[in-house]
Design a protein around this ligand. Structure first.
Ligand code: MG
Length: 431
């Protein structure tokens, strides 16, 4: 036989002016609801949901019973939203724990919708029973976000399931066979966001009374910031082989609700507003990028400032070398014969590295218009420093040819042509 002993506490926190959480602890059921939506809508939603559960206490010791009660709570919130425009969009999370008798003995049945949680404290260790129905939690389960990143994700307040959405409710269920000494903690996110598992474990290990433990957890959440409403229900499991004289419904022995601090009026700043959306509206987790994955895995950054500077310097050196080689390759022109024509190329004869010479001019002077003795020189290419110098060289060759022709004609009538024509032009400097 399993006997439960429970205590609870709830508080408005350090920032909000209204406590929209609602807790419940009875002989048959313990629950935490975290309302949201509008100035008063959240409080109405969480209270309405708890009221519906309370009216159906006698049928909550099974999955079907809990699901039907949650469905009625959901419809109650939806109807209230439709009837009062000021309550439109309100909703609530819900985490429920109840004992369920089975042929194998008593089982603790836990159900949750939203991001209110159930924890198991066993042998000094705390483990989370429920899965949060929130955008970052879905991304963590999909493997695209780490637990640490989820805590600071901009959509950490956006939940993906809640009571108050038209349609069928979709709770998660968990069944636990409790051992003697086990403790269960139900809480809203105002507690789980402020108190980590280690601190929860220290409290549950050191404070035996469940009500006092719940109060201390709420006090610590307030001390750590109290950014949201804070609620906690602590259940102690007493497991024996004997049957009590009490009926089954008396398996749960509930401690009185802990004193609740009055709402604070010294509000330091506007709280972050929690919202909820349909599951269909949940954005598809983004595919994790290469950089984000390296950051998540703690891998060192590849692209550092030092590396960028080095690459820029290396690029500058490579570009400088390429620029110099291109300048050297194109710093000259050369004259050569191509067929029967004299032509001018830009570049170095035969090319330089991968820079090939380009034809820039075909001279009107043909090889028959220069002295034959100049042809071997032309065939070995004559370099000049500029296009003008190359043209001047061709003009000089042609002038030489004309003078030689005229001299030969004169010599034919006055003297024997026994000598070579004089050079009357100069060869341009190659520099
Ligand atoms: Mg909350």
């Amino acid at each position: 036989m399993t006997v439960l002993r429970a205590g609870s506490a709830t508080d408005v926190g350090q920032v909000r002016t209204i406590n929209q959480d609602c807790v419940f602890a009875s002989a048959a059921l313990c629950a935490v609801a975290d309302g949201m939506g509008g100035h008063v809508g959240g409080e109405v939603a969480s209270t309405s949901a708890i009221d519906v559960l309370e009216r159906h206490l006698g049928s909550l010791s099974s999955r079907v019973g809990v699901t039907e009660a949650l469905q009625m709570a959901n419809q109650s919130i939806v109807d209230a939203s439709k009837n009062d425009p000021s309550l439109a969009g309100m909703g609530t999370t819900m985490v429920v724990a109840t004992l369920m008798a089975t042929e194998h003995g008593d089982v603790l049945l836990v159900a949750n919708i939203g991001d209110s949680r159930a924890y198991l404290f066993r042998k000094g260790n705390v483990s989370q029973i429920t899965d949060d129905h929130s955008v970052p939690a879905e991304m963590v389960r999909a493997g695209s976000l780490t637990e640490a990143e989820a805590k600071v994700h901009p959509q950490r307040h956006v939940i993906t399931r809640a009571l108050g959405i038209p349609g069928a409710v979709d709770p998660d269920f968990f069944e636990l066979i409790l051992a003697d000494g086990d403790r269960i903690l139900l809480c809203s996110d105002g507690l789980s966001n402020e108190v980590d598992n280690e601190e929860i474990a220290r409290v549950l290990a050191s404070i035996s009374d469940p009500g006092a433990a719940a109060e201390d957890l709420v006090r610590r959440a307030n001390a750590n910031g109290g950014a949201d409403n804070i609620s906690a229900v602590v259940l102690d499991a007493l497991v024996t082989d004997e049957h009590l004289d009490e009926p089954t419904q008396a398996h749960a022995i509930v401690a009185p609700l802990a004193a609740v601090a009055p709402p604070r009026t010294d509000v330091p700043s506007a709280p972050e507003q929690e919202t909820f959306i349909d599951r269909e509206e949940v954005p598809t987790p983004k595919k994790e990028g290469w950089y984000a994955r390296r950051k998540r895995l703690g891998m060192p950054r590849i692209l550092t400032v030092r590396l960028v500077v080095f690459l820029l310097l290396l690029g500058g050196v490579v570009y400088g070398c390429w620029y110099f080689l291109r300048w050297y390759a194109n710093s000259t022109y050369y004259v050569t014969s191509q067929g029967t024509q004299l032509v001018v190329y830009h570049g170095r004869p035969g090319g330089f590295l991968w820079f090939k010479p380009t034809l820039v001019e075909v001279s009107p002077i043909s090889t028959s218009q220069v002295l034959p003795l100049r042809l071997p020189t032309l065939q070995s290419d004559v370099t000049e420093t500029s296009l003008r110098a190359a043209n001047s060289y061709i003009a000089n060759l042609h002038d030489e040819y004309l003078q030689s022709t005229a001299s030969s004609a004169t010599t034919t009538t006055t003297a024997p042509a026994s000598s070579l024509p004089a050079l009357v032009w100069h060869v341009s400097s190659a520099i």
